[in-house]
Write a protein that binds this ligand. Structure first.
Ligand code: DGY
Length: 325
């Protein structure tokens, strides 16, 4: 029997409660094996579907969008970042795009602090020493890291997540510097120092946290020249997008000791990350898990569904419409 509900294709296996609502609201095709689609396969699989619920890393570039069947009217990404969707190409084809802002702010800011502390306090070396049975016991000079309390934290990108990172860092009595497209009002700035030019912020960063989206302007923004402007022994934290960092430059600075450490949750080309990271004991590395809590992943899924339901069931503008810049 054919269903009268709009058809939605799920490109990934989403959390069970999210898939249950997806299947209740729509005539949904799920992906229980979480098989990854390449662009042509995704375009082919979308035949007859009005909506695509996708996720970070899905290849919804201009080429795939050009191949999508005319049935596709909306792409709802289960992510706040949407650099994997060519929004301008979608707009040209009359396909609307939505994302999931707000709901992953706290979880991602938590992971930024985990990365910051993990890098500063040599967590990778400590856990490795313990788990490889090489811990000989407490020693006065063992695994001495970088003190966090009272240090300066520079935040590149002071949107929701950047602000949540700042709030957490204030609990460590860190002094906050930030750079953002526009200066925040005083109630959101909370005494942080604004740098209109992000390069001017770098000499003030004992720690640099990347919280800016991946755009043409931020691609490989953290390069050798900018690393050279950071104080010697600074620590770089990236929980935004791997492409904002020039891996070669960061790895060289971590090897030479120009930077003391890095805490990284996101990588250019992930999951095939630059091989150089694997050999660095001063890199605290996580596999893109900023939003990975049950509560957050459910909230992301429900937000993606709010958007799909608004447009495909009620004919309304989705609350989290993404506009081509
Ligand atoms: C996002 O939503 O952009 C995250 O990176 C996925 O966790």
């Amino acid at each position: 029997m054919t269903s009268s509900k709009p058809r939605v294709l799920a490109t990934r296996h989403f959390p069970p409660d999210v898939e249950a609502r997806l299947a209740a609201s729509f005539d949904a095709k799920l992906n229980p094996e979480d098989k990854l689609y390449d662009g042509p396969a995704l375009a082919k699989a979308s035949e007859g579907f009005a909506g695509i619920m996708c996720a970070a890393g899905d290849p919804l570039n201009a080429d795939t969008i050009a191949r999508l069947p005319a049935s596709v009217k909306m792409i709802a990404t289960f992510s706040v970042g949407y650099e994997h969707v060519d929004v301008a190409a979608a707009a040209k084809r009359g396909i609307i795009v939505s994302n999931t802002p707000d709901v992953l702010t706290d979880a991602t800011a938590d992971i930024a602090l985990l990365c910051l502390l993990g890098a500063a306090r040599r967590a990778h070396e400590g856990t490795t020493m313990l788990r490889t049975h090489n811990w000989v016991g407490w020693e006065p000079t063992q695994l001495m890291g970088t003190h966090v309390t009272g240090k300066r934290l520079g935040i590149l990108g002071m949107g929701r997540i950047g602000q949540a990172v700042a709030d957490r860092a204030r609990a460590f009595r860190m002094t906050i510097h930030y750079s953002n497209r526009s200066r925040l009002p005083a109630d959101l700035e909370k005494g942080a120092t604004f740098h209109a030019n992000p390069d001017d912020m770098l000499p003030h960063c004992d720690f640099l946290s990347i919280n800016a989206p991946m755009t043409a302007a931020t691609r490989k923004w953290v390069n050798a020249e900018r690393i050279g402007k950071l104080p010697k022994g600074a620590i770089v934290v990236n929980t935004a997008r791997g492409g904002v960092v020039d891996d070669e430059a960061l790895i060289a600075a971590l090897k030479s000791g120009r930077l003391a450490a890095a805490g990284i949750d996101v990588f250019d080309g992930e999951p095939k990350i630059h091989q150089g990271y694997y050999d660095l004991v001063n890199a605290f590395l996580l596999p893109h898990m900023g939003s990975a809590t049950v509560e957050t992943r459910n909230a992301m899924g429900f937000k993606a569904l709010d958007n799909l339901e608004a447009f495909l069931l009620s004919g309304k503008t989705p609350p989290d419409l993404v506009k081509a810049s």
